[in-house]
Design a protein around this ligand. Structure first.
Ligand code: FAD
Ligand code: DHB
Length: 390
């Protein structure tokens, strides 16, 4: 089987890439080790930057997003009960949109299937090879048959646990990592959000985040121990802890109900360099992970895709490889800035078991600085709404 670009991974990165390339008349095949229903059901991110929304518009998949997404002009930081609103609209002129990753993937799948995109689901033994040749290949198994796809380029959009990153020889690949000593326990509940805007809270008992998916569906998180199991957290315990961390003013409006999703995510910062090797490109979680504080993971992944699509389109339409040659450097500069923001906001908003009283005072001083300085708040807002693409 032959194609122009073989895309490994059918998460938001792989799907958006196949859509942007299809719109430019470029042929792709998309492989995933899971199936559509599984991918659409994965509960993950919830906040889209304006640039992400624009990319989905350009791809032609933003109709429902515009009808159902909630535009947010600001969010709150809370520290031991004190609250500070970051007015992102006033500080940057931009807004963010609350619209779940599940919905983004559903919208993308719908259009890709309607346009007869070639997908292979439930594949195994995926192996990209001949990366330095001008006809790289991807081998895999599908329904008990061995397949080989030969192509011009391979896009490794297969997430943190995929195979693409490790197809880069170990003497070339460099990785940078920080693992955080706690996790986020998240629930979904069909009750109106406790507050109309997101609240990120640092309390002496740990972090909490009040988020939402719609006006009737809430997404709430608390910092938990990495050894915890969701079963250790019946709903009553979750709500009690969540309410305490948000403080009595907010908790008064908390409507509780049975959660229908409950899971624990570890927190990690990770970057792999370079993001191109021969004719293999890495994009999204395959190349980098950010801790979720600040809602950057999905947005960062889709920013890579916008830059990668632009580079591939320039190659096929104009015959210029300048963008392809600059891909890794261009995206990594932005990746590191977003890593920095997610790391810094994570340091500010969590209780670290190893923190001394000095570090706790430093967190408090940073919060006080944000409260008293519009300039400091604007720096947070500028990152939150999304840094520009180069
Ligand atoms: P993925 O969504 O991981 O997609 C990769 C795809 O590749 C998957 O469909 C997978 O099945 C497939 N694949 C893997 N290996 C192979 C293989 N060998 N062969 C073929 N296919 C393969 N971000 C936020 O902004 N806010 C959040 O609240 C948030 N919560 C998260 C919670 C969890 C538990 C996780 C894991 C991530 C969360 N993120 C969050 C991050 C965000 O979801 C990711 O950044 C985003 O999904 C990245 O998209 P992606 O397409 O690059 O990777
Ligand atoms: C959500 C997740 C985040 O990491 C974040 O910073 C904001 C919102 C969410 O799942 O709604």
């Amino acid at each position: 089987l032959k194609t122009q670009v073989c895309i490994i991974g059918s998460g938001p990165s792989g799907l958006l890439l196949s859509q942007l390339l299809a719109n430019a008349g470029i042929d792709t095949v998309v492989l995933d080790r899971k199936d559509r229903a599984y991918i659409e059901g994965r509960i993950r991110a919830g906040v889209l930057e304006q640039g992400t929304v624009k990319a989905l518009e350009e791809a032609g998949v933003a109709g429902r997003l515009h009808r159902e997404g909630l535009a947010h002009d600001g969010f709150e930081l809370a520290f031991d009960g004190d609250r500070h609103r970051i007015d992102i609209k006033a500080l940057t002129g931009k807004t963010v949109t609350v619209y779940g990753q599940t919905e983004v993937t559903k919208d993308l799948f719908e259009k890709r299937i309607a346009e007869a995109q070639r997908f292979f689901f439930n594949v195994s033994e995926v192996a990209p090879y001949d990366l330095k040749s001008d006809q790289p290949c991807v081998r895999f198994r599908h329904e008990n048959e061995d397949w080989t796809i030969s192509c011009d380029y391979i896009a490794g959009c297969d997430g943190f646990h995929g195979v693409s990153r490790n197809a880069i020889p170990s003497e070339v690949l460099r990785t940078f990592e920080r693992v955080y000593p706690f996790g986020w326990l998240g629930i979904l509940v069909d009750k109106p959000p406790v507050s109309p805007e997101l609240i990120y809270a640092n309390h002496e008992r740990g972090f909490a985040l009040a988020s939402m998916r719609s006006e009737t569906r809430s997404r709430y998180y608390v910092q938990c121990d990495l050894r915890d199991d969701p079963a250790d957290w019946p709903d009553e315990r979750f709500y009690e802890e969540f309410a305490r961390r948000l403080g009595p003013d907010v908790a008064r409006s908390l409507e509780t109900g049975p959660s229908f999703e409950k899971s624990i995510a570890p927190l990690r910062s990770f970057v792999a360099e370079p993001m191109r090797y021969g004719n293999l490109f890495l994009a999204g979680d395959a190349a980098h992970i950010v801790p979720p504080t600040g809602a950057k993971g999905l947005n960062l992944a889709l920013a890579d895709i916008r830059i990668l699509a632009r580079a591939l389109i320039a190659h096929y339409r104009e015959g210029t490889d300048a963008h392809i040659d600059a891909y890794s450097e261009t995206v990594l500069r932005r990746v590191w800035k977003v890593e920095r923001f997610s790391w810094q906001l994570s340091l500010l908003m969590h209780q670290f078991p190893e923190n001394s009283p000095f570090e706790k005072r430093m967190q408090r001083a940073e919060f006080d600085h944000l409260q008293s300085s519009e300039t400091a708040s604007r720096a947070v807002a500028e990152n939150y709404v999304g840094l520009p693409l180069e």
